[in-house]
Design a protein around this ligand. Structure first.
Ligand code: TXA
Ligand code: MG
Length: 338
């Protein structure tokens, strides 16, 4: 599958907006921008003080590295060293696209960007606004997802405004993010390729390009690096969230009829019981559409101060694995739980 062909669309933003964003980045300010996965909170990756602002605003621990976004693959060697052929093969196949590659970092990369580790995460996003911004900036932009630490990633400019208000100097609006969940992270800095975070580019697709087995981070017997997206509790709404089967949801709905409990339900192709105390969201049975809509659905439900959000367990299988991963972490971190 080509991730490139889907974004033939030109950015609808006037060049003056991009020029203003570049001016702000060069001045050390934060600029939020759309990517095909989620919105990023960007800063000049070579400016320590600017990257520190990201950590302060997100409330993110300083030992969590941030991904550096690049305009094109010719910038790779400025940020990474000892780059294996596998990196070029993946870059060739999937960039621009929803894949982050972890490599050994160049010595002059600011320590705050790599969270004090010897590696760096690099990605070329596939979104016309992001690409215009990066090309005009012509260097690396450090950008985590534009949400407070542990909270749901934003997939619209309005979500970013809800998270940070005026604390971000500029939010470039590029519409809804097409993919909707964060990039796949593959670690090529060590002996064997490892998936640190599943995403819509699957392990099998990566293994097929590399023509070798690719393990996932938890399967290899070595200490997991500090990846905030790999914490058990992450991507979480404020209301408690439970994952249940369709049958279990039906039982909960029956209970809510008598108890009057206010709850939200996100169900695949399910039919709304049309009860005043149940907020029902229908989700798609197509994993791509499900992922595209997931965080918007979760934010809508979370905005209603429900005592419980129930999400239907997604089908098993590779196409759903990144979604299942995010839902599991959302449940673990929901309602302020650890
Ligand atoms: O789709 C995405 O990747 C979005 C868009 C904005 O590009 N970005 C994103 O960034 O999700 P963030 O910071 O929210 O999640 C990136 C994850 C974090 O868990 C971080 O710890 C991990 O990538 N990471 C970054 N650099 C790393 C490194 N050198 N080694 C291990 N993990 C790294
Ligand atoms: Mg994040």
């Amino acid at each position: 599958m080509s991730w490139r062909s889907q974004h033939a669309v030109k950015s609808a933003l006037p060049m003056t907006r991009i020029a203003e964003a570049v001016r702000l980045l060069r001045a050390g300010a934060l600029v939020a921008f759309p990517t095909e996965t989620v919105y990023g909170l960007g800063a000049d990756a070579r400016n320590n003080a600017a990257v520190e602002k990201i950590f302060r605003l997100k409330g993110r621990p300083v030992d969590h590295p941030v991904i550096v976004h690049l305009p094109d693959a010719s910038h790779l060697e400025r940020w990474a060293k000892n780059i294996p052929d596998a990196a070029y093969q993946l870059a060739q196949t999937f960039w621009p696209g929803p894949l982050t590659i972890i490599l050994q970092r160049q010595q002059d990369v600011p320590a705050i960007v790599s969270g004090g580790q010897q590696t760096i995460g690099l990605r070329i996003p596939n979104h016309p606004v992001a690409l215009e911004l990066l090309r005009a900036f012509n260097d690396g932009v450090a950008a985590p997802s534009a949400n407070r630490f542990g909270h749901i990633s934003p997939t619209t400019a309005a979500h970013v405004r809800d998270e940070f208000g005026d604390a971000v100097s500029m939010i470039l609006d590029g519409g809804d993010c097409e993919v909707g969940i964060e990039s796949t992270i593959v670690d090529l800095s060590g002996f064997a390729p490892r998936i640190l975070r599943p995403g819509m580019i699957s392990t099998a697709e990566i293994a097929a390009v590399l023509k070798r087995d690719v393990v996932s981070g938890n399967e290899i017997g070595r200490e997991t690096p500090r990846v905030s997206g790999s914490l058990d509790a992450h991507y979480a709404p404020r209301s408690p969230l439970q994952l249940l089967s369709a049958d279990e949801i039906a039982i909960q709905v029956q209970r809510a009829i008598t108890s009057g409990q206010c709850m939200g339900v996100l169900a695949i192709d399910g039919r709304s019981p049309e009860l005043p105390n149940i907020v029902w969201q229908s989700a798609s049975g197509d994993p791509k559409v499900f992922a595209h809509e997931l965080y918007s659905h979760m934010r809508k439900l979370d905005a209603q101060n429900l005592s419980l959000i129930i999400v239907q367990q997604v089908p098993k299988g590779e196409k759903w694995s990144a979604i299942a991963d995010r839902l599991k972490r959302a449940a673990a971190g929901s309602g302020g739980a650890e």
